[in-house]
Design a protein around this ligand. Structure first.
Ligand code: C2E
Ligand code: MG
Ligand code: MG
Length: 702
């Protein structure tokens, strides 16, 4: 066997030598033959291998030694052999060189490869087939790459054609060169039309500035967008789109722009819907509180520009709740829709109606020349709302209360204007409904001043700036000191000593009124005890407001305070309450007075005569003392009427067994007359002015 093989090798080398040197290429070409990267081989007329180079051995994965002299049928798969043999015969028959793509087996790789094969038949002088000269280039990889490229190109093409995004190629002048179906749809133009158009036809003028920015970016970075704009469609409609793109160089070396246009109309629509939900009332479709605030700000600016006025009308339905309760929410909803429609129909185009929620609306009336110009509209609104509403056979009656603040008479911000209008609406409700009420800016200013003063008084109370002065009361006949009235003073850090008229009004009917009253009682009681310890056995009276007197726990707190002074003789502490205040709720005040008397506290009706108490009331009020108002005392010498009143009060008091105190006695003449009239006790400048507590002990009397 070994011998046979070496024999074969020897023959091969001889043949090759022989062939190279004599028959085929000549001796110096052999090296070239072997370094050529192309597989070259020669077969005889029966397809037996006669010659092959190194590249060929590699390509087939077989050695020439094995193939020499065979038709390779033992190496190549049978169906390939069949194809090779018949192809070879075909080539001989054709007599001309051919090239084709074929599959061949690589024994080393154990796989089929693709080759681009060239075959040229050679004939002898008689025209008989002699050899086949063959070359094969392995194109497996190239083929695969081409195939892949084809696939990805197809894919891209598919994407381009099927994409819902509009894709277009334009030249640098904006002329459309190429575009997909989606792009045509976005523009609404046919292919032919689009080819004659350019980018600028689709772009509305207002984007000129933005386009310049995008072009600059394209020039600098090779890209532009994404940005949002609209396209003018063929129909003239404006379509919102999102655009971006990039610069490319074409095969012709020119620059082009690929652009992607996305139709964002549904997103915009959705945004608009959300916007609508955020700014409009779902039930009635009119602006809500958020949009109202916006509109108000704009309207206020406009009002200042045009130098006119704006009315902010806060409207609340009267009688809506009972309708809702009785007929159900559905009916209630109908009512609200109907009312908003009526309001809309009553106001002018530039005016706004908004719903704040529930049955509350706000109407903005713009462009008023005078503040009261809105009155006609308000009356029409009231009238429109008061018309009966028929829903499901039920005839419903409603009305509205409207509060109005006028800007810039009321020179405030949005919230404050609304609050003022709301307060005025509340006043309209209180004064009988189905009416409007204009907010009074001056009144408001006063309220605010009260606020400030209140804060300062509170500070004063906490920092011991308050003091009680005492004004002596004497028995008229004997001129003996019998008591003192405690009168509050405020040592204001800047304004000096202030009388109560300067600050008590501001705390009327507030919690501070009660706090100060409590302080007055405590201070006066303490003073009373000190004087008693010092041997000054007098009575002390304090002024208490009706609000404080009627506040919860008044009697209880008083009892507690008194309990700190068990040694004080009874009947030394008196409360003065204004006659006018006591008359407001005689029954209630009587009870409180009664309760106070039961713990040893006396009562005086202050400024008596100003309230015109009837005898009946007086008999019901269990007070010990009547303090004749100083206005009558002052006038009685000149005015007969005043004198009659003073006389009458003294007689009345005597009949009801009450003590009379005349206050505001300024002259000796007054004193004498009152003494003659039988007045029990006197108080006034002619006797003594109110003084600090410390001065009382050294006061010498009248
Ligand atoms: P009132 O209770 O009628 O007190 C008498 C007022 O007349 C005091 O004024 C007193 O100074 C003044 N007066 C006394 N004699 C004369 C006189 O001969 N001529 C004139 N022209 N005036 C005289 P005042 O202290 O300014 O107090 C004013 C009012 O303030 C009091 O009237 C009382 O209603 C109230 N007030 C005073 N202190 C308090 C307090 O502590 N609490 C409360 N709630 N009210 C007080
Ligand atoms: Mg008094
Ligand atoms: Mg008085």
């Amino acid at each position: 066997m070994k011998n046979v093989l070496s024999d074969k090798k020897k023959r091969i080398s001889e043949t090759m030598q022989d062939s190279m040197e004599n028959n085929f290429f000549g001796s110096h070409i052999k090296e070239l033959f072997d370094v050529l990267p192309v597989a070259i081989f020669v077969k005889d007329r029966n397809s037996k291998f006669l010659l092959m180079n190194k590249a060929c051995e590699q390509q087939f994965g077989m050695s020439f030694t094995d193939l020499y002299g065979t038709d390779a049928s033992q190496f190549f798969p049978p169906e390939q052999i069949k194809r090779f043999l018949s192809k070879d015969q075909e080539v001989f028959k054709g007599g001309r060189p051919v090239d084709f793509v074929e599959e061949f087996w690589n024994a080393k790789l154990q796989e089929n490869r693709i080759g681009h094969t060239f075959k040229k038949p050679m004939f002898d002088a008689a025209g008989e087939p002699l050899y086949l000269i063959c070359a094969t280039i392995d194109i497996t990889e190239k083929n695969l790459a081409e195939q892949n490229l084809r696939i990805s190109e197809e894919k891209l093409r598919g994407l381009y054609e099927l994409s819902p995004l509009g894709i277009a190629l334009t030249d640098m002048n904006g002329n459309y060169v190429e575009f997909n179906d989606a792009f045509q749809q976005i523009c609404g133009y046919s292919e032919d039309e689009l080819r004659k158009l350019d980018y600028w036809t689709l772009t509305p003028k207002e984007y000129a500035e933005e386009e310049a920015v995008q072009l600059e970016s394209l020039g600098k970075t090779g890209r532009y967008g994404p940005y949002e704009k609209t396209y003018r469609q063929k129909s003239g409609d404006m379509l919102p789109i999102r655009l971006n793109g990039m610069l490319v160089t074409g095969k012709d070396g020119q620059q082009y722009i690929w652009s992607i246009a996305e139709d964002i109309s549904s997103r915009k629509q959705h945004e608009e819907q959300l916007n609508h939900i955020a700014h409009y009332d779902a039930l009635t479709g009119i602006p809500n509180r958020v949009l109202l605030a916006d509109r108000m700000k704009q309207a206020m600016a406009q009002t200042i520009r045009e130098q006119n006025m704006l009315a902010v009308c806060y409207l609340d339905l009267d009688g809506f709740k009972p309708i809702n309760d009785q007929f159900g929410h559905e009916t209630g909803d109908h009512v609200l829709v109907e009312i908003s429609r009526r309001i809309e129909n009553t106001i002018r185009g530039g005016d706004t109606v908004a719903r704040l929620g529930g049955d509350e609306f706000v109407v903005l009336l713009l462009g008023l020349e005078r503040g009261n110009e809105c009155v006609t509209t308000l009356e029409r609104l009231l009238e429109a709302i008061a018309q009966p509403i028929t829903i499901k056979g039920n005839v419903l009656f409603l009305s509205a209360s409207i509060g109005v603040s006028i800007y810039p008479l009321d020179n405030e911000d949005v919230d404050t204007l609304l609050r003022h209008a709301d307060q005025a609406m509340y006043a309209a409700k209180l004064s009988g409904k189905n009416r409007y009420y204009l907010h009074d800016a001056e009144q408001d200013q006063r309220t605010r001043e009260h606020h400030v003063i209140r804060a300062h008084v509170k500070h004063g109370l906490l920092h011991e700036q308050l003091e009680l002065y005492y004004q002596p009361k004497v028995e008229m006949r004997s001129k003996r000191l019998v008591g003192a009235e405690a009168l509050i003073r405020w040592h204001h850090p800047e304004r000096g000593l202030l009388p109560p008229a300067e600050f008590l009004k501001s705390i009327e009917n507030t919690e501070l009124d009660i706090e100060i009253g409590d302080w007055v009682i405590a201070t006066a009681l303490d003073q009373l005890r000190q004087w008693h310890l010092a041997g000054l056995d007098i009575e002390v009276s304090v002024n208490i407001s009706a609000y404080h007197l009627e506040s919860p726990r008044f009697v209880e707190k008083l009892r507690q305070q008194l309990s700190h002074y068990p040694d004080l003789p009874a009947g030394r502490f008196q409360i003065e309450v204004l006659e006018t205040a006591a008359l407001e709720d005689v029954a209630k005040v009587s009870k409180i007075i009664e309760a106070c008397r039961s713990i040893g506290v006396g009562f005086a009706l202050d400024d008596f005569g100003t309230g015109y108490s009837s005898l009946l009331y007086l008999s019901h009020l269990p007070v010990d003392t009547l303090k004749i108002d100083q206005s009558f005392i002052r006038g009685m010498l000149e005015d007969k009427g005043d004198r009659v009143i003073v006389q009458g009060i003294i007689a009345l008091a005597r009949a009801f067994e009450r003590i009379t105190v005349a206050e505001g006695i300024e002259t000796d003449d007054h004193y004498e007359v009152l003494l003659d009239m039988g007045c029990d006790i006197g108080q006034g400048y002619v006797i003594a002015r109110p003084m600090p507590a410390g001065n009382m002990l050294t006061w010498k009397g009248k």
